[in-house]
Design a protein around this ligand. Structure first.
Ligand code: GLP
Length: 262
């Protein structure tokens, strides 16, 4: 796991966008895994700038990590709408190439199996962008999720519903109880993963992910198993890392040269 600590959230967004752009540029028909939540917004904003400067995303296929169950896809907080608003439109993606799990499907297990098949049919995900929940979840894989899990129906943790109530007018009861989410096993199949986290509220989860034991109690710790996992943090999110000295040293003395920094 490569850990890059930068000064502030804007620098995190710019750095993550450059890493994504570099990965996508190497593929003729790139596949990008996209996440919702506030963490990746700076990355999308920086990617939109790169797109205005000439980054061609017209051939890019995108797969979202998760979706609430039971919300009409047109509901403003359904991840169908959120991805459309925050990703598809600003990045100029072809809406026909943007996929979100069907949380309103009558047959949810079938929708999950179809989603897995669609990822496979697209050739797999080149780079999966991730945020992290304060409880260590990735996608909506709550603590206790199988580290080998695939796209399936999950029950949201009470803490996640409380955290996400801000998107539903502060009403925790308005947050759906269930979701569809790519599994941890699905996420680990991406050819590379890029997790962004900013702010003090993520510091404990980030430390558990990177320095704690590998285990289902911190789903993000599964990224310790990934061959190409990059974590980009601001100072606040990195504040509880014990071995910060090494991460900075490794970054500045990377075998291929230190990454470009803001
Ligand atoms: C959400 C999403 C995750 C996201 C996480 C953190 O509920 N399902 O994909 O990474 O929780 O959200 P935020 O970035 O808003 O803190």
């Amino acid at each position: 796991m490569e850990i890059i600590v930068l000064s502030d959230p804007a620098a995190v967004g710019r750095h993550a966008a450059r890493l994504i752009a570099d990965t996508l540029a190497r593929r003729r028909d790139p596949v990008l895994g996209v996440a919702t939540g506030s963490s990746p917004l700076g990355t999308y904003a920086a990617l939109a700038v790169l797109a205005r400067e000439g980054l061609d995303l017209s051939r890019t296929t995108a797969f979202a990590l998760d979706e609430y169950v039971g919300l009409d896809p047109a509901h403003p907080e359904a991840y169908h709408s959120v991805i459309d608003r925050e990703v598809t439109l600003p990045l100029g993606l072809d809406p026909r190439k943007v996929h979100v799990p069907h949380g309103a499907a009558a047959d949810l297990p079938a929708a999950c199996a179809e989603y897995e098949a669609a990822i496979e049919a697209a050739g797999g995900i080149d780079v999966q962008l991730l945020g992290i929940g304060a409880n260590g979840h990735i996608g909506f894989n709550e603590p206790g999720s199988s580290l080998g899990s695939r796209t399936r129906v999950k029950t949201l943790a009470p803490r996640t519903r409380r955290d996400n109530a801000r998107f539903f007018g502060g009403d925790v009861e308005a947050v759906p109880l269930h979701c569809l989410t790519q599994g941890i096993g699905t996420i680990l199949r991406a050819r590379s993963v890029l997790l962004v986290a900013t702010g003090e509220s993520k510091a404990a989860a980030v430390a558990a992910m990177a320095e704690g034991p590998l285990g289902a109690f911190c789903p993000a710790s599964a990224l310790q198993l990934h061959e190409r996992a990059t974590v980009v943090l601001d100072e606040a999110a990195a504040s509880l890392l014990a071995d910060r000295e090494y991460y900075d040293f490794a970054r500045d003395n990377a075998p291929g040269g230190a990454p470009k920094r803001d």
